[in-house]
Design a protein around this ligand. Sequence first.
Ligand SMILES: C[S@@+](CC[C@H](N)C(=O)[O-])C[C@H]1O[C@@H](n2cnc3c(N)ncnc32)[C@H](O)[C@@H]1O
Length: 226
Amino acid sequence: MKSVFSRVLNLIGYKIIKTSFKPKYRRTYKKFKQFTMMPEDLYCENLAICERYKAVSGNIVECGVWRGGMIAGIAETIGQINKKYYLLDSFEGLPNVQEIDGEKAINWQKENIQDNCKAELKEAEKAMSLAEIQNFKIIKGWFHNTLPTFSIEKIVILRLDGDWYESIHDCLYYLFPKLEIGGLLIVDDYHIWDGTSKAIHDYLSSIKSSSKINISKGGVMYIIKI
Ligand SMILES: C[S@@+](CC[C@H](N)C(=O)[O-])C[C@H]1O[C@@H](n2cnc3c(N)ncnc32)[C@H](O)[C@@H]1O
């Protein structure tokens, strides 16, 4: 059982994390709030992690963009000089959940919460244009159809937010090899969906990767590829 002292420490720690983001991250969140499902603190932490790559040229890819609010915030934060953004999504919502995704996911989809994450492509376009980014491409379709012919090299940031096992595994299978050494992989919902964490573990062990899984203070799962 936690002592009163450790509870107080946790609360103080939480406050430090909660208030230590740069104000500009909070402003970016407010700007794109209606285009993202991410809670504010996690959103800001994603921006802080991605900002370390501001000076690096290459491609930035998000698979599972919904209305584009997370990738637009990243784009606004790190800009478009020597960078190109790729947004991949079915724009038809999530595919059918599988047994491997677990009971929580199966029940979630049954209840059709958040319209099964269905979004309009034009919303993602609007988010990118609000970020004043022109150098982007939207690739509509199911990952298993679009990824095999998606020709891309030199990915510097790869962000996956596809929730289910197959979606995450497909993205890792096709795109992790294209991530630069030293490049950043962020996978959302590592602690939320069993399918997401299983896909990451299965994929990394299938390639015998020695890349380490990091969890930021606020709970963002990321890997710096080695
Ligand atoms: C949780 S939402 C993404 C949230 C978004 N990143 C944000 O900023 O709020 C998951 C998205 O993944 C997409 N998705 C999941 N699996 C997919 C697949 N296999 N093919 C294409 N899109 C997929 C869904 O259409 C949905 O828009």
